[in-house]
Design a protein around this ligand. Structure first.
Ligand code: SF4
Length: 335
């Protein structure tokens, strides 16, 4: 049953959020994760701050690339002509996630802040979940782990980060812009920029801390630099059924190829890690080498070299390698 909470709708001033965010508050945008978890009794905010009237929904081309408002809906972003043309992996990732109805509601910032789909986390009847109840243990670690992570986990938590969009944003060198209480003073508040690859945290001993922002901070927008890599970017997702399913493994890649040789590469993995996972090892195995099948196979081996599996999720290692190779092959074909 949903616990009692108060509701506050802020107007068009982003700084009003900074003033009203108190311990126990949660920001409400599309609500596709938050309301779901409130109904399950997993999240029990004392106060919901509805931010849907903030003027943060614009998607704009800039001289540097693209600026995406925090409240831009996933469907608007996926179908935006500049995204489809200049950042195809982002459009592909968005369209591979959820359903059209959910994409119409879900926002950019909400997608970034979404919570794990670990079934133990979502079931309040399970007592041991460090992410939901710090210090309580991890039911998944010795439990059923088919959906769980092979990269970035440990005995305290092996939950997968569920977003498709974030995997593409990591591969596209996205930067998250935050307004709040920490950082450089700007117009009475402060602002800071966080590279997408370091925005989410691995669980370590504190799985309840999922991102590098805190109470009283607001994502205002995300920027993407326009690069040759971005134009030759691809997202590939493996899942149990063709739609409305979370990734078992996914890969977002960007390649810059000249004369058959890879000049620059970005590789990010989803469905297999505790955060949207940039693989510096795979990138290193690609750059300077011919864009050949052999190079792609080496990159896939490098990406999964540090994977730690359990009996139920062992299949994810070969699946992730195959998914990454498929993405690299498709990026090579882009003209
Ligand atoms: Fe909780 Fe993480 Fe363990 Fe799942 S994997 S039960 S989210 S601590």
């Amino acid at each position: 049953m949903t616990a009692p909470f108060s509701y506050l709708r802020v107007g068009d001033n982003p700084d009003a959020v900074l003033d009203t965010a108190t311990p126990g508050s949660q920001l409400l945008a599309g609500g596709t994760t938050l309301i779901d978890l409130m109904r399950l009794g997993v999240m029990k905010p004392a106060r919901l701050i509805d931010i849907n009237r903030l003027p943060l929904a614009k998607i704009e081309e800039t001289p540097q690339g693209l600026s995406i408002g925090a409240l831009a809906r996933n469907s608007d972003l996926a179908h935006h002509p500049a995204v489809r043309r200049r950042f195809p992996a982002l459009s592909q990732a968005l369209l591979s996630g959820a359903s059209p109805q959910l994409r119409n509601m879900a926002t950019t910032a909400g997608n970034i802040m979404q919570r794990t789909r670990c079934p133990y986390f979502r079931d309040v009847g399970v007592a041991a979940c460090n992410k939901r109840d710090p210090g309580s243990g991890c039911a998944a670690y010795e439990g059923y782990t088919r959906q769980h992570a092979v990269l970035g986990g440990g005995p305290h938590c092996i939950a997968v980060h569920p977003s498709d969009m974030c995997v593409a944003l990591v591969a596209l060198d996205a930067v998250v812009h935050v307004r709040g209480r920490y950082g450089t003073p700007v117009d009475g508040a402060t602002a800071r920029e966080i590279p997408m690859a370091s925005f989410h945290l691995v669980p370590g001993t504190t799985p309840e801390r999922e991102t590098s922002i805190g109470l009283g901070e607001l994502i205002t927008h995300v920027t993407l630099p326009a690069t040759p890599l971005a134009a030759r970017s691809v997202y590939v997702k493996a899942r149990d059924r063709a739609s409305y399913a979370f990734a078992l493994a996914s890969a977002a890649v960007g390649l810059e190829i000249e004369g058959g040789r890879i000049r620059a590469a970005r590789v990010a993995l989803g469905g297999v890690a505790t955060k949207p996972w940039r693989s510096a090892e795979a990138e290193q195995a690609l750059v300077g080498h011919q864009a050949s099948d052999a190079t792609f196979a080496s990159a896939a081996d490098a990406a999964l070299a540090s994977a730690v599996s359990r009996p139920d999720n062992r299949f994810k290692i070969p699946l992730a390698k195959a998914t990454l190779i498929r993405a690299l092959e498709r990026a090579r074909e882009v003209t």
